[in-house]
Design a protein around this ligand. Structure first.
Ligand code: CP
Length: 360
């Protein structure tokens, strides 16, 4: 059974195939209007969402399928203590495919270990958001005409911003990618992504403190919100929340064909005055999210029907080590009764398989 838990669960060729399908859907939506007739998508959202949940819903409706699920875990038996593992085994009796968002990192991976139907990670804590990445890739492809030879500046909350983590992983598999990281010290990209993703794939990275100093170099400016809900210290959030605000003045030196992306929702990090700039692509990005989710649902259901034997990685029993615990309090392995899985990195560190935190 193939799932989409992490961006790298699908090969570059498969990503390109999903993007091609999305482009084909855009060109001829009618052709796909009954592509998933008789199929059901369950949306299990344990955390708030506007775009992801409703674009999944709209996507399945446009494919001729049906949708069930919950948008508030408190209204489900989760409130009585039902685990992720049991929940997906139950939902698998009612639905053909599941999209899950959860505040605990690694929850969709736990779901994939127990599910008889494909699981799609619709965002897990600060960890990953692979369907936003597919959305971003489709947008870049449509706006820039390519996915290689790009300089992309990631700006804002690079520590908690799961969309940034997933997109960097995805882009690092293409050639000629340059990454510029624009963040305050407290919100820098987790070092494991710089070392184990960028350095490993020979993707140059540079950390800077202002967007102005790099604006003229960028093909893409990827803005992010400071993720209030992830902070343990409210005072720290208050101090950092206005770190970067994009306004027309700051865009003065930007290339004419640079694009501005943002996974949304935004708070104040892009001023309203930027919205009318033709380089502001963030609302076009939202619409691409529906098309690419249509392509993803269609593809995963097709793979499930073909009984593709290519396994989702990281299900190897040799990774189980129940004598140690993950150090990340937000990891699902610290709140549900699951096997504790770790893999060893090249430099001998142990890393939790669910959330990728290093074992201290
Ligand atoms: N981009 C994104 O994940 O938005 P939602 O939180 O509204 O789903």
């Amino acid at each position: 059974m193939r799932h989409l838990i992490d961006t790298t669960d699908i090969s570059v060729a498969e990503v390109d195939q999903i993007l091609e399908t999305a482009l084909d859907i855009i060109a001829d939506r009618k052709k796909y209007s009954e592509a998933c007739k008789g199929k059901k998508l369950a949306t299990l959202f344990y955390e708030p969402s506007t775009r992801t949940r409703l674009s999944f819903t709209s996507a399945m409706m446009e494919l001729g399928g049906n949708v069930l699920g919950f948008s508030d875990a408190a209204s489900s038996s989760v409130s009585k203590g039902e685990t992720v593992a049991d929940t997906v085994r139950v939902i698998g009796c009612f639905a053909d495919i599941i999209a899950m968002r959860h505040s605990k990192e690694g929850a969709p991976m736990v779901a994939s270990h127990y599910s008889d139907v494909p699981i799609i990670n619709a965002g897990d804590g600060s960890h990953a958001h692979p369907t936003q990445t597919l959305t971003d890739l489709l947008t870049i492809r449509r706006e820039k005409g390519r996915l290689n030879n790009l300089t992309i500046g990631f700006c804002g909350d690079l520590k908690f911003g799961r969309t940034v983590h997933s997109l960097i992983k995805a882009l690092s598999r293409y050639t000629g990618i340059n990454v510029i990281l624009i963040a305050p010290e407290e919100l820098r990209l987790p070092s494991y992504i710089r070392r184990e993703v960028c350095d490993k794939n020979h993707v140059p990275t540079r950390e800077v403190e202002t967007m102005e100093e790099v604006m003229g170099e960028l093909d893409i400016l990827y803005m992010t919100r400071v993720q209030k809900e992830r902070f343990l210290d409210e005072e720290e959030f208050e101090r950092l929340k206005d770190s970067f605000i994009l306004n027309p003045e700051r865009l003065r030196n930007a290339k004419n064909d640079m694009i501005i992306l943002h996974p949304l929702p935004r708070v104040n990090e892009i001023t309203r005055a930027v919205d009318n700039d033709p380089r502001a692509a963030y609302f076009r990005q939202v619409e691409n999210g529906k098309f690419v989710r249509m392509a993803l649902i269609y593809t995963l259901l097709k793979w499930a029907e073909e009984r593709s034997e290519t396994p989702t990685p990281r299900l190897d029993r040799s990774l189980v080590n129940n004598d140690i615990r993950c150090s990340n309090r937000q990891c699902i392995s610290n709140s549900e009764d699951v096997d504790h899985l770790f893999r060893e990195t090249k430099n001998g560190d142990l890393r939790c398989v669910y959330c990728e935190a290093r074992v201290k």
